[in-house]
Design a protein around this ligand. Structure first.
Ligand SMILES: [Zn+2]
Length: 288
């Protein structure tokens, strides 16, 4: 499967990932802690999002499992396994139904707290959490997508867990600001060193930045590694509307910005917070 993803990249010249899921649900009034529970409580809503991304022409669609944190059982009432299995099963059904050549990704976010020395969670506890998350469904998806990480030891734990319990290709992504640091102070060098040491199939930057802001940052990052690079910028900067976080940017401007990232040599692109299927359709149109 590792090869067939990159075969498609070679043949097509690009791979289009999907846009956001969680931020769209949050903008529609779902509490952030309840996003993954929608897999069980309102499955059609999640299936529809998956299908929209499939019909928009995305090559890689990720499961609605980003929010499955260490404490998710307390906040959602469901186990990690229930939330992950339901999110992944809905994704696989949507892909099978469409009969399209789409790759599925198990979406894995940070565990949701702070590791020592910033917090009280130990590296071993984080490792155990990621092993549980990954083994709940990694046999079913084509890719493991680690995204929006800010602490280098956190993503290191997730990468180690992936290696221990799965042989699927890993796409690993951290979220950097315009200053080329994560909000935890991790630098490009730190991330590039970890990539060289752990060798995921692809490494990326996601969230925090708009396409225009991400372009110079990812251009510099690209030169620091020799593996496939991917970019998933946000659709503008968030604003608060009636107490809810929403992202507003002209979809065409967003898509043109992502296409520019593609033209700078980043051949795997998609969107993060606020982006939807229409954004992905526009990106594909411009790139083609
Ligand atoms: Zn985001």
């Amino acid at each position: 499967m590792h090869n067939s993803i990159f075969d498609k990249l070679t043949k097509q010249g690009y791979l289009l990932m999907d846009g956001s899921t969680g931020s769209l649900l949050i903008a529609a009034g779902i509490e952030p802690a309840k996003v993954a529970a929608v897999n069980i409580e309102d499955p059609d809503k999640i299936s529809n999002i998956y299908k929209k991304y499939i019909y928009a022409g995305c090559d890689i669609i990720s499961s609605n499992t980003f929010g499955v944190s260490m404490e998710i059982e307390k906040t959602s009432g469901y186990t990690k396994q229930q939330l992950i299995k339901s999110g992944v099963d809905l994704l696989i059904s949507a892909v099978n139904e469409s009969e399209s050549n789409v790759f599925t990704a198990l979406d894995i976010g940070p565990f949701g707290g702070l590791l020592e020395p910033f917090g009280t969670t130990t590296y071993a506890q984080a490792l155990e959490h990621y092993k549980q998350v990954i083994s709940a469904a990694s046999d079913k998806t084509d890719i493991l997508l680690l995204e929006t990480f800010a602490d280098i030891n956190d993503i290191k734990a997730a990468l180690s867990a992936a290696k221990e319990v799965s042989d699927k290709p890993v796409f690993a992504s951290m979220t950097f600001g315009k200053n080329k640091k994560t909000y935890m102070g991790v630098s490009f060098n730190d991330f590039a060193d970890l990539i060289a040491e752990t060798k995921p199939a692809a490494a990326g930057l996601n969230c925090s930045l708009t396409p225009e802001e991400m372009l110079p940052v990812i251009t510099e990052f690209k030169d620091m590694t020799d593996i496939h690079i991917f970019a998933q910028p946000n659709m503008g900067n968030p604003i608060q509307k009636d107490g809810i976080t929403v992202y507003q940017m002209d979809k065409k401007v967003f898509a043109e910005g992502v296409a520019q990232i593609y033209h700078s040599g980043v051949s795997i692109v998609g969107g993060c917070c606020g982006s939807d299927d229409e954004c992905m359709r526009l990106i594909k149109e411009i790139i083609k």
